[in-house]
Design a protein around this ligand. Structure first.
Ligand SMILES: [Zn+2]
Ligand SMILES: [Zn+2]
Length: 185
């Protein structure tokens, strides 16, 4: 109360705390109101198929210069004369089959993903005092969240809260059988 009464609550805090649904609707509203915002949002949420980084595709053959780690840069000065970067647009963010995280398909590298190829199992020795009848099923999502150190991955015996034992590209959940290459006109 001693604070200046003109102080507004922090906008950043409000953005952090509001639900995804409210944010989405707000962003759509802003895009409708201000066309320049639409372009900015499109450039962040879409990417040209040519700029998608994936295994077997040389990073240097994409003809995108200096973009290796400049996701927060505009990087517009290297645009070719043609508008080729706007062809074959696709969504820029996808879910990874292996780590289940959302990733930027344009920023994917051979070391982006860290995951465990095998399942995790309870270390029952850590649950000696646990009675499943009153404390709940041990081998469950909930118990993994509450007691990550009591579960281990079969592949490497690392605990549930430890880093993945395999490092690789993020793999898109969407099965890519070259659909985009054979797209219709
Ligand atoms: Zn592992
Ligand atoms: Zn991943």
């Amino acid at each position: 109360m001693a604070e200046n009464s003109n102080d507004l609550p922090s906008l950043n805090d409000a953005i952090d705390e509001v639900s995804k649904e409210v944010l989405a609707s707000l962003l759509k509203e802003i895009c409708q109101e201000y066309p320049s915002t639409t372009e900015l949002v499109q450039s962040r949420l879409f990417v040209s198929e040519d700029d998608v980084a994936r295994p077997g595709k040389s990073a240097t053959s994409t003809s995108v210069h200096g973009d290796s780690n400049s996701s927060d840069d505009k990087g517009e000065d290297t645009t070719p004369a043609t508008d080729s970067r706007f062809k074959n647009l696709r969504k820029r963010y996808a879910e990874c089959t292996n780590c289940k995280e959302e990733f930027d398909v344009a920023g994917n590298t051979v070391t982006s993903c860290s995951y465990h190829p095998d399942i995790s199992q309870p270390d029952y020795e850590e649950f000696v005092d646990h009675d499943e009848n009153c404390h709940g099923i041990i081998d469950s999502e909930e118990m993994r969240e509450d007691f990550p150190e009591n579960f281990y991955f079969v592949c490497c015996e690392r605990r549930f809260n430890e880093k993945g034992c395999v490092t690789d590209w993020h793999m898109e959940t969407r099965i890519d059988f070259g659909v985009s290459k054979r797209r219709k006109f």
